[in-house]
Design a protein around this ligand. Structure first.
Ligand SMILES: [Zn+2]
Length: 441
């Protein structure tokens, strides 16, 4: 299992002096500029176990101490929609719109096995942790490989087997069986750091009967449901042609939409569909770079936020991005809404990148507040942040290099190094998998 991390002596102050025990925490983050609610305030954070136990101005001590002076301390970033192992296809099938891109990707995905997915996910976890992502939502295949990578790297995740019945009853049974097996095997693993969900691929790859059944199982077992929705205009037209209604309306008619549903993309929504999602408490995972890269469109984010929808941020897979960096994603998201002359406050974007993802998937985290899960991301302040008018405008200073990252109360990234991982080895293994899948050159 994971090794105990050894910090340089300068960072480690193990004083358990008499009379100090009330101020002693497992981990203390001191003097940082912390994002709390909508504001940045200088404060200290004490962590015990996997929870934030103290936030305030008092001097505190920790078994491990982090001096965060001159640093931004954010709640952990949540990547609300990805397919982690698609790092294996980064740079493959470039320049294609979604339909053609999918066909090319599906072809090579058929060659994947658990080992390939494991190494692709290891690379994804490495990249996400290095860029300050503390948790992610994953929909893919060969999920044992994803789960093992989550276990080893120390990141938090909610995962599901991507189901597609394509209107075939036998296939529906088989898909559901695999999905439920993943759930019973992994849900709640690694001290609750890994959770599972139901993830049918999309309304155009899953039949209405299948989606209705998944919704029922979700209610029975109290599971989150995650699905791609209204990613392209093609999808909207196709669903309308087949069923006479738009995609969100179809899902609503199947009982699929509720406060345990997270839809990815939601690019082509009508006003009525936005109201339905808001009324049903559905969360949206907005993936602007993927929507740009695959020529899908620009989501009506401002209207969604104004209607009360919980909007989170996702990178989608590395094959359509090509990064898994939530800070970069939120910059793109903000710029796109500015282009539409629909401006969202910088602090609201930061909440979308942190708190809203945790809320969407039912994790009690994403906020620097006592009792919350101790997932914290620390960025160093640099010359691009001076002078500091609005600290939240750091969303526009693209930064995919976190300095320290804490997940579940553990220091996982220290000074940019992912402690539980051998980075060189991961890169080498991924190259090997690539050769196996695609051949040389
Ligand atoms: Zn996706």
């Amino acid at each position: 299992m994971r090794q105990r991390f050894l910090l340089p002596l300068s960072n480690r102050k193990g004083h358990y002096g008499r009379g100090l025990t009330e101020h002693m925490y497992d981990l203390a983050i001191k003097n940082g500029l912390c994002f709390i609610d909508r504001e940045f305030v200088e404060c200290n954070i004490g962590i015990n176990g996997n929870k934030i136990a103290y936030v305030g101005k008092s001097d505190i001590r920790g078994e491990i101490e982090i001096n965060a002076a001159n640093m931004f301390v954010l709640p952990g970033l949540f990547n609300a929609h990805t397919h982690a192992a698609m790092t294996l296809f980064r740079g493959y099938a470039e320049g294609l719109p979604l339909r053609q891109w999918l066909e090319k990707v599906w072809e090579v995905e058929a060659k994947l096995n658990e080992d390939a997915v494991y190494w692709g996910s290891m690379l994804a976890c490495l990249e996400m942790l290095k860029s300050g992502v503390t948790a992610f939502a994953d929909m893919y295949i060969h999920m044992d490989g994803v789960a093992e990578a989550v276990g080893e790297t120390g990141i938090r995740a909610i995962i599901g087997y991507g189901m597609a019945d394509r209107g075939n009853v036998e296939r529906a049974e088989k898909e559901l069986e695999i999905a439920l097996e993943v759930i019973s095997k992994w849900n709640g693993s690694f001290g609750g750091r890994l959770r599972c969900m139901l993830t049918p691929h999309a309304p155009y790859t899953c039949s209405p009967e299948f989606l209705r059944r998944i919704a029922e199982i979700g209610r029975e077992k109290n599971l989150v449901k995650h699905i791609h929705l209204s990613e392209t205009l093609w999808e909207v037209r196709e669903i309308k042609k087949q069923f006479g209604v738009r995609p969100a309306e179809l899902l609503d008619s199947l009982g699929f939409l509720d406060d345990k549903t997270v839809v990815a993309h939601a690019v082509w929504l009508s006003d009525e569909e936005i109201s339905v999602l808001a009324k049903k408490g559905v969360s949206v995972a907005h993936c602007p770079t993927s929507n740009l890269k695959l020529s899908s469109g620009v989501a009506r984010v401002t209207e969604m936020i104004e209607s009360g929808i919980n909007l989170s941020i996702g990178t989608d897979g590395a094959a359509s991005n090509n990064m898994l960096c939530v800070m970069s994603e939120v910059r793109t998201a903000a710029l796109l809404q500015s282009l539409r002359r629909k401006v969202v406050r910088t602090s609201d974007w930061l909440r979308a990148a942190t708190e809203n993802g945790y809320r969407a998937y039912g994790f009690k985290g994403g906020r620097i507040s006592t009792g919350m899960l101790a997932d914290v991301t620390i960025f160093q302040k640099n010359f691009r942040h001076y002078p500091l008018h609005d600290p939240a405008s750091l969303i526009f200073v693209e930064n995919c290099e976190a300095y320290h990252v804490i997940v579940n109360g553990e220091l996982i990234v220290e000074e940019g190094i992912v402690l539980p991982l051998d980075e060189e080895k991961v890169l080498k293994k991924v190259e090997n998998v690539k050769e196996r899948l695609f051949g040389h050159g």
